[in-house]
Design a protein around this ligand. Sequence first.
Ligand code: SAH
Ligand code: SF4
Ligand code: F3S
Length: 475
Amino acid sequence: MSDLTDIRQDIEETNVQYEYINKLKELVREKSNKLNRELTYNVTTFGCQMNARDSEKLVGILEEVGYVPADDEKADFVIYNTCTVRENANNKVYGRLGYLHSLKKKNPEMIIALCGCMMQEEVVINKLKESYKFVNLIFGTHNIFKFPELLYNTFQSEDMIIDIWEDTKRIVEKLPVSRKYSFKSGVNIMFGCNNFCSYCIVPYVRGRERSRLPEEIIDEIKSLVDDGVKEVMLLGQNVNSYGKGLDEDINFAKLLKKVDEIEGLERIRFMTSHPKDLSDELIEVMASSKNVCKHLHLPLQSGSSDILTKMNRHYTKDDYLRLVDKIRDKIPDIALTTDIIVGFPGETEEDFLETMDVVRQVEFDSAFTFIYSKRTGTPAAAMDNQVPEDIVKDRFDRLLEEVQSISRKKANAYTGSVQSVLVENVNAQDNTLVSGRMSNNSIVHFPGNKSLIGSIVNVRLTECKGFYYIGELDG
Ligand code: SAH
Ligand code: SF4
Ligand code: F3S
C-alpha cells in the first residue's frame, strides 16, 4: 500500500474520532450536571518535545469535550504521558501511581489513564495489569489519535481498557490541539525512528519512520501563524531523514526552505539532527535563511570512534569534527548543543578521554550529559563489559565539570551584545522581570511586564549568570 492510500484512509479516521468527540461532549455534560460541577483534567508529560506535542493533542480533545484544567492531580481525569528512554523515567511513573491511587479512593469519579512510550513495553503492561489494577485506561504511541474513542469506551466500562499497537503506518491529521503557548508551537514533521542506535529504545516504542506530507505541514504552520504563532519547532527523532518513503521530491533541507518562506513566521527551530546525514544542502539553507534560529542540536553521544561503531551511529570522531568545522565555516555565529552518554558498555578510560577531547575542541554552548541506562531488548543491553557504576559516576562528574566550564566561557562572550528575544513569560521568582529566549536558545531575564509576552524585542545582555543572562530592553 502506498503512503498516499494510507493517508486518505486517515481522513476517514479523523471523522470517526470526531463522532466520538460529539458523543463524549454529551457524556461529560450529563456527568457534570449530575455532580453539579465541571469535570476537571490534569495531563503530566514525561520525556521529550514529541511527547509534549502529543500532550497538547490530549489536552485539545479533553477541552473540546468539556473538561476544564485542574492545577494538580486532584482531578476527574488524570493522564501520564510517559517516557522510557532511561530507567529513571520509568521509576518516576511507578512512584507517582501510588499517589494517584490514594487520590482515587477519595474521588470515585476519577479516571486514571497512562499513555506514551513506556506503554509500548510488554513488561510494563504486565506489571500494570498485575499490581496497578486501579488504572482505567492504557494506550500507546501509535494510536494516540484514538483517544476520543478510548475515553468514550472508558466511560462505558468498569474494566481496565488496554489498547496497544505494535506499529503503524498511519498518520491521522486535523484533530483538536490545545497549545501550551500562544506564540510558539511544536510541529511534527515525522514520527518514529529507523536508526536503531544500539543503546536506544525509541525505535522499539515509536515504531518505523513515517514522514508527514509537506503540504500538511505547511498548511498547519500557516494556520498556526494566523493564530498568532511566531516560532515553530519542527519535530522528529531524526529530521535529516525527513521525506524518505514519500512519493514527492522532498527532503529536510527543501522542507525547511519552504517553511522559511512562510509569511508572518519569525523563527524556526528543529530537533533532532543526526550527524550521519546532515547534508551540505541543509547547511546552505540554514546559512541563507531569514528565520532559522542560530542553534543546532547535534548529538555526539561519544567521542570515541570505537564506541560510536558499537553504538551504531555511522560516523567517526573525525567525521563529527569535520562536520562541525563545515557548519561553523558557513554559519559562524551558530550555537551548538549536544547529547553525550557516559558509560556505554566497553567504554575504556581512553574512549572517555576521546569524548573529553571532542568536548574541548568543539566547545559546545551546552550539553546534556547522560549516564548510560540499560534498556531491555536493545543490542547494548546484551553486550559484555557493562562499566562499573563508580567508574561511570567518576567520568560523568569530570565530563559535567568540563561541559559547564566551557558553557560559562562561551556564554560570557555574548555579554554586552544586543539580541533579539522572544518573550515567553513573567519571571516566576520576580514579577518585575520577564523571561525570553534568544535565537541561540539562551534565556534572558529583563525588566518588563506581561504585555510583552509573545513579542520579539531587542535586549542588551548586561550580565551573564552562567547559564542565563540579565538584560534590559534596547531601543
Ligand atoms: N533522536 C534523538 C535522541 C532521542 S533520545 C537523537 O538521536 O539525537 C535523547 C537522548 O537520550 C539521546 O540523544 C541520548 O543521548 C540519550 N539516550 C538515549 N538512550 C539512552 C540510554 N539508553 N541511556 C542513556 N542515555 C540515552
Ligand atoms: Fe534513538 Fe538513535 Fe533514533 Fe535518536 S536516532 S531516537 S538515539 S535510535
Ligand atoms: Fe522518551 Fe519517548 Fe521521547 S522514550 S525521549 S518520550 S520518544
